[in-house]
Ligand binder design. Structure first.
Ligand SMILES: *Cc1c(COP(=O)(O)O)cnc(C)c1O
Length: 370
């Protein structure tokens, strides 16, 4: 079996984990947590890093911390994981959706301005699968309309936009360290900001809003979203290898590009834009039709090769439709991606022989369509 993801833990992970066990520092009070926060903040070029238990938690905290008035509209892509939309809805905010750019698979920045109203208070940027969103366009809109920017860089460790690290843009940004992200802590997340007050507020919110001085007296509700020392130990070790991780991700992508370049009926990911080179967080393919996408995935599965369908659009989520949201809205490009896109094994644990094996099976499965 070649699974869609296998993590790579071949640096100091074991050594640092052992240190947690040997010293007894296993909770969020342990020294690796602060070290990981500082290492990530330094790497990305932000003032503050606030470690949390996962990426979705990071979004919850980041969005609550911005104190947007209930009912405010926040612009975001329809083609994404549910986490950002869920955080907004749970905060009483209204996600306003944007269709995808068919080439980069990111939110089509040209469609944003038309959706800005007097209620719009923020743009939630989500970088999808390997190429960043065209941030300059977003930054200038945010300036023009005085909007906050939340950057979901969960899939983008080490990726840059015009040479600047993803996760360093906007008022507040987040990472996830789930095992399929290329820096992993098992489960984990990080909030990043340059704003001292916002950082302090995030620290309070993720820690049950304990009050300095009177610990068990609370002025507001938060969460226990703390990261453990063991998670952070993994993170510190992983981050030491970020350069080689990024290089390897690109190597995996390039090897697939080379192997699959003659495929017809299937589209490969865009290699680069004028602001970034693809980092191939996952290596996605777009089949010509929905049926074809399903059948190729089935054939690959039969040959013990893991695949995963692309995200399902937010406007088509039963949970939101049941709440009366997005009814009658259509976003044709995103719907097409959701129906015809899937990704193939692309984790850091993948060997070149496995990449070639997967490629061969794909070529076989696709050749059936002429
Ligand atoms: C993975 C991911 C998240 C959620 O992170 P978890 O750690 O799994 O909660 C959020 N946003 C995006 C874009 C992601 O890819």
């Amino acid at each position: 079996m070649i699974p869609v993801n296998t993590p790579l833990l071949n640096g100091n992970e074991k050594k640092y984990l052992l240190e947690c066990v040997e010293t007894g520092w296993i909770s969020s009070e342990g020294p690796f947590v602060r070290r990981f926060e500082e290492d990530i903040a330094c790497f990305v070029g932000r003032q503050h890093g606030i470690a949390v238990s996962n990426g979705s938690a990071a979004l919850d905290v980041a969005i609550r911390a911005l104190n947007l008035e209930k009912g405010s509209e926040v612009i975001m892509p329809t083609f994404t994981i549910i986490s950002p939309a869920q955080s907004l809805v749970n905060e009483g905010l209204v996600p306003v959706l944007i269709d995808s750019d068919p080439l980069t698979w990111n939110m089509d920045v040209n469609q944003i301005e038309a959706k800005i109203t007097s209620k719009t208070k923020a743009i939630l940027v989500v970088h999808i699968y390997g190429l960043p969103v065209d941030l300059d366009a977003i930054l200038s809109l945010a300036k023009k309309y005085q909007l906050k920017i939340i950057e979901d860089a969960a899939e983008m460790h080490g990726q840059t936009y015009n040479g600047k690290q993803c996760g360093s843009f906007g008022d507040i940004s987040i990472f996830s360290f789930y095992p399929n992200k290329h820096i992993t802590t098992g489960e984990g997340g990080m909030i990043l900001t340059d704003d001292d007050e916002l950082a302090e507020r995030c620290r309070t919110l993720k820690n049950l809003c304990f009050k300095p001085g009177r610990r068990f007296v609370h002025d507001e509700l938060g969460w226990n979203y703390r990261m453990t020392n063991m998670q952070a130990a993994l993170g510190v070790a992983q981050l030491e290898n970020i350069q080689s991780i990024v290089e390897r991700k690109r190597e995996i992508g390039d090897r697939y590009n080379q192997n699959l370049k003659d495929l017809i009926n299937v589209e490969l990911p865009l290699k680069s834009t004028d602001y970034a080179e693809n980092i191939y967080w996952v290596y996605g393919l777009i089949a010509k039709t929905e049926v074809m996408a399903i059948e190729i995935q089935k054939k690959l599965g039969d040959n013990k090769i893991g695949t995963r369908p692309f995200f399902w659009c937010m406007h088509e989520q039963p949970v939101f439709n049941k709440l009366g949201m997005f009814l009658g809205e259509t976003y044709p490009q995103a719907e097409k991606l959701a129906r015809t896109g899937f990704y193939i094994p692309s984790g850091l644990g993948l060997s070149n022989a496995e990449i070639d094996e997967v490629s061969e099976q794909i070529i076989k499965a696709v050749s059936y369509y002429g």
